[in-house]
Design a protein around this ligand. Structure first.
Ligand code: NAD
Length: 261
């Protein structure tokens, strides 16, 4: 199945994994709705570079994934501009590392909103246009923390486990409409989100940031390397293709062997 002229909405695509997925899909000829925060000039540069390099239409929305009305408005624009959204990648996410009895309530709520509740809102808004076309691909960025837990990441583990339950449910509901829904579960990836948690991890485990990467983040990887953004983007492109038409409801790990134990 050619992806050329299809359209994708990717939440959290101004940085890290989402940005890599956006570029990889644009390279296949897919029109893109970017979303996320960051420096306005940098985002505009990214948007234009994608349009110029791949000859696709690239839109941008700064919708906040904690705000359902903004999510709905972003989805409405994408459907109107592209004539429907064929590929939805729920990817926006944040992290906070803290013992459960000190976990700040605002961080708990933000993580659940951004990583789990926003997926519900994008799905509700975009599934009708996929049903109408009889084709769709939904990819939810979960994590190894959707399958196993690590201490001090209670909100993140809860949201990412929830994403896998949502993925399975949606896969069952939408199979008859030619729509697949899968979760991807990366291990440790070298992105700004990973860097932001290093000071907290170093403090919690009383070690340097280098030690935290080696002894905490990569501890469970059988292959002691961080996952690359481009490897994840390639997996997403594969899941959008015809060979993946019967892969649905799955949680695909890309984790250096983390969850093999
Ligand atoms: P990142 O910090 O590089 O990117 C996160 C993106 O989400 C950014 O574009 C940011 O602007 C956006 N975002 C954050 N809050 C938002 C909000 N309220 N509304 C809209 N957008 C918002 O992080 P990343 O590492 O690329 O993470 C992407 C996804 O991958 C997340 O869901 C994360 O949980 C998951 N993940 C990351 C790793 C890792 O090791 N980095 C591992 C497994 C899963």
């Amino acid at each position: 199945m050619e992806l050329k002229n299809k359209s994708a909405l990717i939440t959290g695509s101004t940085s890290g994994i989402g940005q890599g997925i956006a570029f990889a899909l644009a390279a296949q000829g897919v029109n893109i709705m970017l979303n996320g925060f960051g420096d306005a000039e940098e985002i505009e540069k990214q948007r234009r570079a994608m349009e110029t390099e791949y000859g696709v239409t690239v839109l941008y929305s700064n919708a906040d994934m904690t705000k359902p009305e903004e999510i709905r408005a972003m989805c409405e624009v994408a459907v109107a501009e592209f004539g429907g959204v064929d590929i939805l990648v729920n990817n926006a996410g944040i992290q906070h590392v803290s013992p459960i009895d000190e976990f700040p309530e605002d961080k708990w709520n933000a993580i659940i909103d951004i990583s789990l509740n926003s997926n519900f809102h994008t799905l509700k808004a975009l599934v009708p246009s996929m049903k109408a076309k009889g084709w769709g691909r939904i990819i939810n960025t979960s994590s190894v923390h959707g399958l196993v837990a690590s201490p001090y990441k209670s909100a993140y583990n809860s949201a990412k486990h929830g994403v896998i339950g949502l993925t399975k449910t949606v896969a069952l509901e939408l199979g008859e409409f030619g729509i697949t829904c899968n979760a991807i579960c990366p291990g440790s990836v070298n992105t700004p989100l990973m860097h932001k948690q290093l000071p907290g991890l170093a403090k919690t485990y009383n070690m340097t940031e280098e030690e935290a990467i080696k002894n905490v983040l990569l501890k469970a990887h059988a292959i002691k390397q961080q996952v690359s953004i481009s490897d994840i983007a390639d997996l997403v492109v594969f899941l959008c293709g015809d060979s993946a038409k019967l892969i649905t409801g799955s949680s695909l790990t890309i984790d250096g062997g983390w969850t093999a134990q």
